[in-house]
Design a protein around this ligand. Structure first.
Ligand code: FUL
Length: 705
């Protein structure tokens, strides 16, 4: 630990200047900030905790996750777009800002840009006079939310993509967005770029050098000149980093400091070229202040799809995301995609309102308020009491010689709680490396919870305790430690919705907490008080949609829904590569075992087909491909589906396309057929894969209409 007396004159001057900038920290002896420290924009971002992602574009109308770029602008025609309703719903949920997909990979611009005709100006919406960016940014102002932009670097529509001309166009788009729509708090730069697309009719694959093509330093520099407070998000910062997954969690520890590591040694780290898994935890002694943003969707996909209306995350699930992101010092960027009306769907609204209610319940009473705070030591003026007001700018700082700094809170009364929030004044850098929290039980302190990183905040759920004394002990820190918050809360009482599981034979099992009553439906309708009560596992011989709720003393949980595919008992493989593994593993009900074509004698490249006899005629409505989860090797991103009545005559594919975002979000991919097709034989073809030169299938399933 560095003692103040060891400070160099420059650091002491820094400390003095620092105190002048933060007059609320009423101290004479300022703590020296520990580099790296956040910028003003980053500090404002830390204070936000959570905001919304809004994915909205032509994909909303085509049902895709990534448009190819050849979609007609006429398709963009929300019937009832209402930016006020959208932003108010997000504000009511407690979200503090909105990041809008002004342009996604398909290139369609939600504002009337001068750079391309592929925009709202060519759409029928408001007779081509509309501007989604303007409407949303104004609504944000009205409801007190900050506004940010997502502008996809990859543009599958632009004919110039891949040439220097496109970079000029891209910068021009960024200029329009950063000059015409008020202050931006965030600009989001996607690491997914380069690949096949329409490109003005060329319909080809265009690869770019991700480290050099966009000349990010210049591009971001221009943006920063116009919007100095905007923070820039990408895989490598410079201000915020990707957490490395789209599943809604940060690692723990989660350091705000980070040193990006390029995939190829000797290259410049850039979006799409770094070991992004490292973003999950950051770097304990990282060179730069680049905190993590957890981006995750409230639905399986980023864009609205009708068939995902029953798969909106429940309030309890969102609370869990909150603990795993905000609770680990990251910020949560929660995607809520508008539907074809341009409205937030009722299911999402219900879930957001429920989430807000849970947060309100969690934060309804701070058991530390009114406590007496004492510290093992304190730097002059930085007394223990400053942890109680929960403000980042006022804090307790230990004395420079303290070998085991701690703060003890004597609570005003015996209190029962199970959650603690701690925060460091991050303007001084991230200092604490390890801590524990003790509570007094039967006259002596016992360890209750422990952790490593604190940073902007850590929210820990421990076992429920009843006590009137709590002690936070800093066990390791990089410099004299400081805390700006110690607060104590009670986790809301949750009534979890039941869990639904179907096995390969079509047996459905519902599980819920003991003492609750479970009601369910199998016809897609909402379960109500008259729906059957679940007693034991039941069979669904054709699969179907199961929805269920838990009831407890008049309280009803949110609804869980699960699509149960057609049972695979009786399925037989007609044809499929067997040199590496058994094709039957593609429908054994275990996603950890793969059918793959990576044989001992070498890789057997795509295309690879698997022909299955389903044993009876199935009125096939959709096919579900589950990718492997351990790696992207063999993961299919281009597929074709054929159906046949006799297993000989296959005709044209009934579905064909790409699994757009499967690398970043390897969840089961549902392929909806245009209309259900009766057939006994299924052929699934992996036409192209993300990595390697073989095909891998964790599971295949079929949904019957
Ligand atoms: C990814 C994109 O490819 C997805 O479509 C989505 O926009 C997500 C937030 O980022 O990289």
């Amino acid at each position: 630990m560095k003692r103040l007396s060891q400070l160099t004159p420059a650091a002491a001057l820094g400390a003095f200047l620092f105190a002048a900038c933060f007059p609320e920290a009423v101290a004479k002896d300022a703590l020296a900030p520990l580099a790296p420290v956040p910028s003003a924009g980053q500090l404002a971002w830390h204070d936000m905790e959570m905001y919304a992602f809004v994915h909205f574009t032509i994909n909303t109308f085509t049902g895709k996750e990534w448009g190819y770029g050849d979609e007609k602008p006429e398709l963009f025609n929300p019937s009832d777009f209402d930016a006020d309703d959208l932003v108010k719903t997000l504000a009511d949920a407690g979200l503090k800002g909105v990041v809008l997909t002004c342009k996604h990979h398909d290139g369609f611009c939600l504002w009337p840009t001068r750079t391309t005709r592929h925009s709202v100006a060519s759409s029928p919406w408001k007779q081509g006079k509309g501007d989604v960016v303007k409407d949303v940014s104004r609504a944000c102002k009205k409801y007190g939310l900050k506004f940010g932009i997502y502008l996809s670097p990859w543009d599958r529509n632009a004919s110039s993509y891949g040439t220097p001309e496109y970079i000029r166009m891209y910068r021009e788009q960024l200029k329009e967005l950063s000059t015409g729509y008020g202050p931006l708090f965030l600009a989001w730069f996607d690491g997914a770029n380069g690949g096949d697309g329409y490109y003005g009719g060329a319909r080809e694959k265009r690869s770019i050098d991700r480290s050099t093509y966009y000349q990010w330093k210049t591009t971001w520099g221009e943006l920063k000149k116009r919007q100095p407070r905007a923070v820039v998000f990408s895989d490598v910062g410079p201000d915020l980093r990707w957490v490395g997954n789209e599943s809604g969690y940060a690692g723990y520890p989660c350091w705000a400091t980070y040193t990006p590591v390029p995939l190829q040694a000797g290259t410049e780290p850039a979006p799409g070229t770094v070991r992004y898994q490292l973003g999950t935890e950051g770097t304990v002694d990282g060179k730069y202040w680049i905190p993590a943003e957890v981006d995750v969707s409230i639905r399986p996909g980023w864009f609205w799809h009708e068939h995902e209306n029953s798969r909106v995350r429940t309030p309890e699930n969102l609370l869990n995301l909150y603990f795993n992101s905000v609770g680990r010092g990251a910020n949560l960027n929660l995607n809520v995609p508008p539907d074809r009306r341009g409205r937030i769907h009722e299911e999402d609204k219900k879930s957001l309102a429920g989430f807000r209610a849970l947060l309100d319940e969690l934060y309804s009473r701070n058991f530390a308020s009114g406590a007496q705070a004492q510290a093992s030591s304190a730097s002059n003026g930085y007394g223990a009491k400053w942890v109680l007001d929960r403000k980042r700018t006022t804090y307790w700082a230990a004395g420079p010689e303290d070998g085991q700094p701690s703060v003890t809170l004597k609570l005003p009364e015996m209190s029962a709680f199970d959650v603690i929030r701690l925060a460091e004044p991050v303007q001084l850098g991230q200092r604490i490396r390890k801590f524990r929290v003790d509570v007094r039980e039967n006259g002596r302190f016992v360890k209750w919870v422990e952790g490593s990183s604190v940073g902007a905040r850590v929210i820990l759920k421990g076992k429920p305790v009843t006590t009137d004394e709590v002690r936070v002990v800093v066990e390791d820190s990089k410099a004299v430690p400081a805390l700006s918050e110690v607060s104590l809360w009670k986790y809301p009482v949750l009534l979890h919705a039941p869990e639904i599981k179907g096995d390969r034979d079509g047996q459905v099992t519902l599980s819920a907490a003991a003492g609750t009553v479970t009601r369910y439906t199998t016809d897609g309708s909402e379960p109500g008080p008259d729906s059957p009560v679940y007693e034991k596992p039941f069979m669904l011989p054709s699969g179907g949609t199961v929805k269920a709720v838990s009831e407890y003393r008049g309280k009803v949980s949110s609804v869980t829904a699960c699509v149960i595919p057609v049972p695979v008992r009786g399925w037989k493989v007609l044809a499929g590569e067997r040199k590496a593994s058994a094709p039957e593993l593609a429908f054994d009900g275990d996603p950890d075992t793969l059918w793959n074509t990576h044989a001992a004698q070498g890789e057997l490249p795509p295309p690879q087909a698997l022909d299955i006899d389903m044993g009876r005629e199935v009125n096939t409505a959709a096919v579900i491909y589950t990718p492997r989860r351990d790696s992207a090797r063999g993961t299919i991103d281009q597929y074709a589906v054929y159906l046949s009545r006799d297993g000989k005559d296959w005709g044209a594919p009934v579905a064909e396309g790409e699994f757009s975002n499967i690398r970043a979000n390897p969840v089961p991919q549902r392929i909806d057929l245009k209309a259900p097709v009766r057939a006994r034989y299924l052929r699934f073809v992996g036409k192209r894969v993300l990595e390697g030169s073989h095909v891998a299938v964790a599971e295949l399933g079929v949904v019957e209409k």
